[in-house]
Design a protein around this ligand. Structure first.
Ligand code: FMN
Length: 185
């Protein structure tokens, strides 16, 4: 889904940086789940870890998270909680943000997780952009708050609906960021 977000943003004319937040879970927890361990191995080679410089560099940011009891994953929240310096220096003001989410089960917390994600952004003075019901596909996908997917507890990979809604969110985020930059210039 992060790749779909990056593709969507690039198609809308943006330069992108695909990043991951550091894993905080203990090694034994990771190793107890084969898919988790494999995923971490793969992304360790493929995807650079995020830094605050990435956040400062970007005019627009899409955050993705699995739900954790209807909330943002602690790993992403921890990164967001390191942004105090940027926020105080006004570096997050008027940046444009969007989000995407996965759950294990239907109605497992897509909307509450995205709304929880947006709380920090409101406090930064960021601008939250959603896919809304702006395109026909959104009436099928059904989540106007951001890209989203239900994995059926790890059984189903992100499908066209999930990838499409994530790409749409990214395009809209980029379009709004571009319009703001133009207005500023
Ligand atoms: C601590 C914890 C809490 C979770 N809470 C929920 C939940 O409330 N609802 C849900 O649908 N899935 C929940 N999940 C499942 C994850 O959201 C799921 O792992 C995530 O969407 C990634 O998809 P996958 O691991 O099934 O491929 C939870 C997972 C963990 C580890």
């Amino acid at each position: 889904m992060a790749k779909a977000a990056a593709d969507g943003a690039e198609k809308a004319g943006a330069q992108t940086r695909l990043r991951r937040v550091p894993e905080l879970a203990p090694q034994e927890a990771v190793e107890s789940n084969e898919d988790w361990a494999k995923h971490l191995d793969r992304v360790a080679d493929e995807v650079e870890e995020v830094s605050l410089d990435d956040l400062e560099w970007a005019d627009a940011v899409l955050f993705g998270t699995p739900t954790r009891f209807g909330n943002v994953a602690a790993q992403l929240k921890q990164f967001m909680d390191t942004t105090g310096g940027l926020w105080q220096a006004g570096k997050l003001t008027n940046k444009v943000f969007g989000g995407f989410v996965t759950t294990g089960t239907e109605h497992g917390g897509h909307e509450s997780t995205l709304l929880a994600l947006f709380n920090s952004i409101y406090h930064w003075g960021g601008i939250v952009v959603t896919p809304g019901y702006t395109e026909e596909d959104q009436f099928v996908q059904g989540n106007p708050y951001g890209g989203s997917h239900t994995s059926q507890n790890g059984e189903v990979p992100p499908d066209e609906k999930a990838l499409g809604s994530t790409a749409l969110t990214a395009r809209r985020v980029v379009d709004v960021a571009r319009a703001l930059k133009r207005a500023d210039a």
